[in-house]
Design a protein around this ligand. Structure first.
Ligand code: ARG
Length: 472
């Protein structure tokens, strides 16, 4: 057992209590952020004359050597310490002696952990944004290739109207683009530095919080020291945004599973992204899509868990907040892996354009267009709807489609039908005529695709500015 406190205790901590309380098992992944925060803190302490320049240099050197040794595997983060903060501080003191004991001047583990978690989460926001951008690129590549690949559009999972693969994918482009916008919003809102809040009420040392904030690329310091150590909103927002990403991935997965089924055969998932069955030799299963759909629950779980942890907490820090980490880390890892695998699966999937077009032709997806045809011939829409309804019923009885009927059969139902009906209800016409913004008509679609290309070419302008370190 190795802990930073003990002066006011007369007994050793019970072993089980120690283990229950410790967080090193999972907060060890914050080592990089913990060291970065400590380096910024001591640079500021020296600038303010609270530490000498020699002390600062010795501490910074020690901290950097710890980081190098952890990264090279020479130093293993040992579970005998209570948490990552204790591990780094104890190691520093072992390496540089008494100067190391000054690292924690004007700081508490409460503002320290608030900073570490915020730095770590900020990095995850950027990583997720980057993965989402790659996913959008894969989606857009498919859209460009399939502006004229016809397929049925569904409502209630019943064939509704014809559309194109580009249009269907375009819906997901919008979803994941909104997800990226959420990343941007979260980043902007969270990018303030809690360090210097101390345990809860600031400190009596003349800290320069603007300076530490700037060194680490924050917009500025947080403005209330109690809120600084008690706030996990940014994490809740990020988990909510990740839950939304997962919900989108899960819906897309569900569609791919359906499209890949023997009944549909709209797509074929690449062998590299499929798995087999131990008993049924013929099987090729869409396990990746199923797992992405399945893992969505874990990410929702992390969000619900943290919302519940936070809901009854009085200000300021409470140990309950240590529970912000494990499930959040799992959610970060899960979401990133899912986005990345899903992108690979999409990029390698093959489409069966003929199957899709055939399916679009067979399900009366042109019934609305047939009704619109009658409207153009002067029939009120409600009457046209009734006429086409009867026509569909007639086709079902004959096991045929509207475009396969003879003109005589059509005219038996309405004398408004003429020879131009066949062109009006062809799949191509049905899609091509849909030219309003956001519709699948190829000309409308190409304009939207061009906008998406421009959007993806833009560079993110909101990355943290860490140029402050140059002054060091
Ligand atoms: N392991 C703790 C956490 O994750 C660090 C902060 C500890 N602070 C304290 N006052 N015990 O929240």
């Amino acid at each position: 057992m190795a802990q930073l406190w003990g002066g006011r205790f007369t007994k050793e901590t019970d072993r089980q209590v120690y283990e229950f309380n410790a967080s090193i098992g999972f907060d060890k992944r914050l080592y990089h952020q913990d060291i970065e925060g400590s380096v910024a803190h001591v640079c500021m302490l020296a600038k303010q004359g609270i530490l000498t320049s020699d002390e600062m240099q010795s501490i910074v050197g020690g901290l950097r050597s710890i980081r190098e040794d952890v990264e090279s595997g020479k130093l293993v983060i040992d579970d005998k310490y209570e948490d990552i903060h204790s591990f780094v501080e104890a190691n520093l003191i072992q390496r540089i002696g008494d100067a190391g004991k000054k690292l924690h001047t004007g700081r508490s583990r409460n503002d320290q952990v608030a900073l570490d978690m915020r730095l770590y989460t900020r990095l995850q926001v950027l990583l997720v944004d980057d993965l989402l951008k790659k996913l959008l690129e894969a989606i857009l590549n498919t859209m460009e290739e399939h502006v004229e690949t016809y397929m049925p559009g569904f409502t209630h999972l019943q064939k509704a109207q014809p559309t194109t693969l580009a249009h269907h994918y375009g819906a997901y482009f919008e979803m994941f683009k909104r997800d990226r916008l959420r990343m941007y919003d979260i980043f902007k809102r969270m990018n303030f530095c809690p360090l210097g809040a101390g345990a809860l009420a600031g400190t009596t040392y003349p800290l320069d919080r603007e300076y530490t904030a700037k060194l680490m690329g924050f917009e500025g310091p947080t403005l209330n020291s109690m809120d600084s150590v008690a706030d996990r909103d940014y994490l809740i927002e990020f988990l909510a945004a990740l839950s939304t990403v997962m919900m989108h991935l899960s819906r897309f997965s569900e569609e791919i599973i359906i499209w890949n089924s023997n009944e549909y055969q709209f797509v074929e998932i690449d062998d590299a992204f499929s798995t087999g069955s131990s008993i049924m030799p013929q099987k090729k299963n869409p396990d990746i899509a199923e797992l992405v759909r399945g893992k969505t629950g874990r990410v929702y779980g992390a969000l619900m868990s943290l919302l519940t942890t936070m809901k009854g907490l009085p200000l300021a820090y409470n140990k309950d907040m240590q529970e912000d980490k494990e499930m959040a880390f799992d959610a970060f890892d899960t979401a990133k892996e899912c986005i990345s695998l899903f992108t690979g699966m999409l990029a390698t999937m093959r489409f069966r354009g003929e199957r899709m077009a055939e399916s679009a032709m067979n399900g009366f997806t042109n019934a609305t267009d047939a009704a619109d045809y009658l409207v153009n011939k002067g029939v009120p829409f409600r009457d046209a709807h009734g006429i086409i309804g009867r026509l569909v019923l007639y086709c079902i009885g004959k096991n045929t489609s509207i475009d396969a009927l003879t003109l005589e059969e059509l005219q038996n139902i309405s004398d408004k039908f003429e020879n131009d009906i066949y062109d009006a209800v062809s799949l191509k016409t049905c899609v091509e005529k849909r030219l309003t913004v956001g519709a699948p008509g190829p000309d409308a679609m190409r304009e939207v695709i061009a906008l998406h290309r421009e959007y993806l070419a833009e560079e993110a302008e909101w990355l943290p500015d860490q140029s402050g370190w140059e002054e060091e």
